[in-house]
Write a protein of this length. Structure first.
Length: 385
């Protein structure tokens, strides 16, 4: 089986896994314990925090570890709302945000907050004019993801966060799909907070973090927590933190080189679909606003779930969108943001590339999809006769 679902999760890097085992078995102390074994764990924890802060060009004082991107989104939004820059109860977010953002927004709506959700334009981007026009005097928070997990479009966070900052509005961004994939150093100083996760970058699952600008005097969501300065309670998962740090160092070191390789691989996949190009619609932005590893598309007349199962039968693991929606029978959120109708939404599929994706396998996947679509056409002709 060849894996093309790296936006859902990645296999753990071998070196990161070795570090995980070493820390779990040798540096196992509780970082809060006062004895030397605890102290050794605490030193490693702070070294990891320092290293991640350097990779992201942020102050380590604002970096908190969590159980992953979902919890980070929740806690960051709650923290920002505990310390708004002005009075008001209006929040703006993207329609295609991850379900963890929508989950906290639903909770906040019940508490009396007014939520405005912004769609994508035809290129899968938030319209900046629309964002500006949606801002009200009582807008206190804007939450917009950096890279969409289903189509890979890169939002212009720098401009939007800068505008919010100038208007005394907190800006949170979900960096889960951009951390380790593109350079974040130019935008980390502008946002109020961002979230990241270990398992999208060949680190362990169940680990991630939040950066909250240290100038924000947030109040804890969970009462009486002692770990992470009260930001999140619970004994820290130090093996996972150390392994995520190694994975982050490795992926960021090779980021630029990987990006150019992925661009040609994406091109090769799309070219392989040439024989059915009249039926293929790839949702993408211009090159400089597009992560090459995520290809979100649909093929007219072919149900995405059926195509995914056919690909699976033929040895390729692809996806119909966000893995977090399995079992929910709802189409990928991005389809709503893009304004697709119900039928078009069911046709959506996502192919996402990773380090082990070889160009010959990518081309073979494209040819396999062409074969499936062409044989589906002949089957339906036979059925109609
Ligand atoms: C954009 C985005 N945000 C948040 C998450 C959630 O991250 P985690 O699985 O670490 O909770 C995901 C994972 O699918 C994601 O793609």
């Amino acid at each position: 089986m060849i894996y093309f679902d790296f936006a859902a999760t990645t296999p753990m890097d071998y070196e990161a896994a070795e570090v995980y085992i070493k820390v779990a078995t040798e540096i196992f102390g509780n970082t809060s314990s006062l004895h030397d074994i605890g102290g050794q764990a605490q030193t490693l924890l702070e070294n990891c925090r320092k290293e991640l802060a350097a990779l992201l060009d942020v102050d380590k004082k604002g970096l908190y570890f969590t159980s992953g991107g979902s919890e980070s989104n929740f806690l960051a939004i709650e923290a920002l709302l505990s310390s708004p820059l002005k009075n008001g109860k209006h929040i703006i977010a993207g329609m295609a945000e991850h379900s963890s953002v929508h989950g906290v927004l639903t909770r906040l709506e019940r508490l009396g907050y007014e939520i405005t959700l912004l769609p994508f334009n035809s290129k899968g981007l938030i319209d900046q004019e629309q964002l500006i026009n949606s801002i009200k005097p009582e807008t206190i928070l804007v939450a917009l993801q950096h890279i969409n997990s289903e189509i890979g479009t890169i939002q212009p966070i720098k401009e939007m966060a800068g505008f919010c900052k100038a208007n005394r509005i907190h800006f949170h961004s979900d960096f889960v799909q951009s951390f380790g994939k593109i350079n974040l150093k130019k935008i980390t100083p502008i946002v109020s907070s961002f979230s990241f996760s270990g398992h999208k970058i060949y680190g362990p699952k169940g680990i991630g973090g939040v950066y909250l600008n240290p100038s924000i005097p947030w109040k804890p969501f969970f009462p009486d927590g002692s770990h992470e300065s009260g930001f999140r309670p619970g004994t820290l998962n130090l093996p996972a933190i150390a392994a995520m740090t190694i994975a982050a160092q490795k992926i960021i070191r090779n980021m630029e080189e990987d990006l150019s390789k992925f661009k040609s691989k994406r091109k090769a996949f799309i070219e392989a679909l040439e024989p059915i190009k009249n039926r293929v619609k790839v949702y993408q932005a211009d090159d400089d606003s597009q992560l090459p590893t995520i290809i979100g598309m649909r093929i007219t007349g072919i149900e995405g779930q059926w195509l995914m199962l056919e690909c699976n039968r033929l040895g390729f693991a692809i996806s119909t969108g966000s893995a977090c929606q399995i079992g929910m029978q709802t189409p990928a959120k991005v389809t709503k943001a893009l304004g697709l109708n119900d039928e078009e939404a069911t046709e959506f599929i996502r192919i996402s590339l990773g380090h082990s994706s070889k160009i010959e396998d990518i081309v073979r996947l494209g040819e396999t999809i062409v074969g499936i679509v062409q044989s589906f056409k002949s089957v339906s002709v036979i059925l109609r006769n």
